[in-house]
Design a protein around this ligand. Sequence first.
Ligand code: PMP
Ligand code: GLU
Length: 408
Amino acid sequence: MSTRPAPVAASIGRSPTVALLDEVQRQKARGVDVLNLSGGEPDFATPEHVVRPAVEALQAGFTHYTPSRGLPELREAIAAKLHADNGIVADPGTDVIVTPSAKHAMFIALAGVIAPGDEVLVPSPAWVSYAPMVTLLGGRPVDVPLDPRDNFTITAEQLSEAVTPRTRAILVNTPNNPTGRMLTASEADAIARVADRHDLTVLADEIYEYIRYDGRSHRSLAAWPGCRDRTLTVNGFSKSYAMTGWRLGYVTGPAAVMREVVKVQEHTVGCASSFVQRGALGALTGESRACIDEMVASYDARRRFLVGALNKIPGISCADPEGAFYVLPDISGLGFGSAQECSAWLIEHAGVVVTPGSAFGPTAEQHVRLSFAAPLETLTATVERLAAVLDAGGAPRGTTALRADNLS
Ligand code: PMP
Ligand code: GLU
């Protein structure tokens, strides 16, 4: 007797971003000199005021289950933060669930709102895991391809055109991975109008909310008129506090939906790690802002350097990101057949790892994503290598993708 995988699991691909990160770790372990700008992973150490309470919790034996919604004091702190920073009124008793990662927060939020056959609008380019999550839950992700010539702007017309009687939700990410765009007031309005007209749930992924530039302010859809009662907000600690390996996030939304969402948490992971939640409490109640400000100032300097340097390379055109820590340059002038081909060629000829834009949707087929959550020296070396190999001419076309089986 053999074990066969379920068709739905077999139908989705690996996460291209996670696959690239795995591959880079394998290459580094073999001593290969790679410059990795693929993964969205802060290079900073987790701040001391987060580490300390977690270590103390471990040493004090705080190593057992917590309530499935999370520690009450952490939910209180999250509700206070949501109120102060986001204008969201959330009851910590009923409206907040602490999750092991923002990824899991999004998954249980989707599980709580979509039924098999339901369609979820995903404006793209979009983070790689949204569509597979919808598919795994029996839903249908509907790509809404945003126009790169229009700076990937979300319009009510485009959203409305994609709506069918089966549409149940719209999934929005601001600041955006991979475009670096932040939602404008008119885009938020467009989303609110379409959601209201068709009675859709809005899923707002705001994990990069603190990472933004040039004095821009963040707009939480759950506080936007017309979206208040229909929005589930996903957030987490990975990016703002350099806590990717801790795996901690949360989701907040109307009590009636959260009551169902928590059951998914209870039947899958039970609760987030107890001592990790103590660390997160330290993040929210300690000197949290200073450490974020320092990291963001550093990302900003890297952003300015990288955008300037990339735009000096003939064939590359790079917009200024407004938030998050990614650039998504247009590489159509380089003469590659596709973004996948470009990224495989760059690994092979420059030892530089970037994510092909096609991983994020069809409209980024002529783009690659570079993360600038990497030290300035790495960015400098990357740009030098890129300039050297691209200047050397080399025939980009027709190269064999290096370990392409691992990348997609
Ligand atoms: N949303 C977006 C847009 C992301 O880029 C990431 C990065 N992994 C996540 C959610 C998930 O974050 P985590 O699971 O590390 O909390
Ligand atoms: N979110 C990051 C990225 O987009 C980390 C990898 C992942 O979880 O997708 O690269």
